[in-house]
Design a binder for this molecule. Structure first.
Ligand code: HEM
Length: 129
């Protein structure tokens, strides 16, 4: 039987395994590999982000909208809904590979919702709506 997501160290494993897949992805890896210089810091920040989402902790202080609008600008507005789709496929696959249960489902739903929200904001930030 697979494990339930019960604590921060489960999220650390999820985030680390997920970004290994993302970095190796032929289509979207470059966005991350060319932007993120301190990977340990990024993994810690993303663990804080998901920790807040699942367990309500308050260690994450970033702004995902500003961060993703900036990435889109940096890469000449190349981000599409398909790119978010590839990201989500890796997220779902990593969760299913390692975990099961209620928190696993919450993490899938939150990411799905967030991806629509982030892409909508990117689109609006281009100023052509
Ligand atoms: C549901 C989908 C996604 C979620 C939940 C998500 C979440 C996050 C979060 C929380 C951060 C940290 C922001 C901060 O506080 O600085 C981040 C950073 C980043 N994300 Fe995403 N992300 C998603 C999709 C994507 C996609 C599709 C791309 C590819 C274009 C992407 C590229 C990046 C990059 C390059 C950074 C680092 C930005 C920097 O440090 O300058 N993300 N993401």
């Amino acid at each position: 039987m697979k494990k339930q997501i019960e604590n921060r160290s489960d999220l650390q494993l999820l985030v680390r395994t997920f970004y290994a897949k993302i970095r190796a992805d032929q289509e979207i890896g470059f966005f991350f590999n060319e932007t993120i210089t301190d990977w340990e810091e990024h993994l810690e920040k993303l663990t804080d982000f998901w920790d807040m989402n699942v367990f309500g902790t308050k260690n994450y202080h970033g702004n995902p909208i500003i961060a993703h609008n900036a990435v889109d600008k940096q890469f000449d507005q190349q981000i599409t809904s398909n790119i978010f789709g590839i990201w989500l496929n890796h997220w779902f696959a990593t969760i299913d590979e390692l975990f099961e249960g209620e928190n696993a489902e919450i993490l899938k739903r939150r990411a799905q919702k967030m991806s629509t929200f982030l892409f909508m904001n990117i689109f609006e930030s281009r100023g052509k709506v």
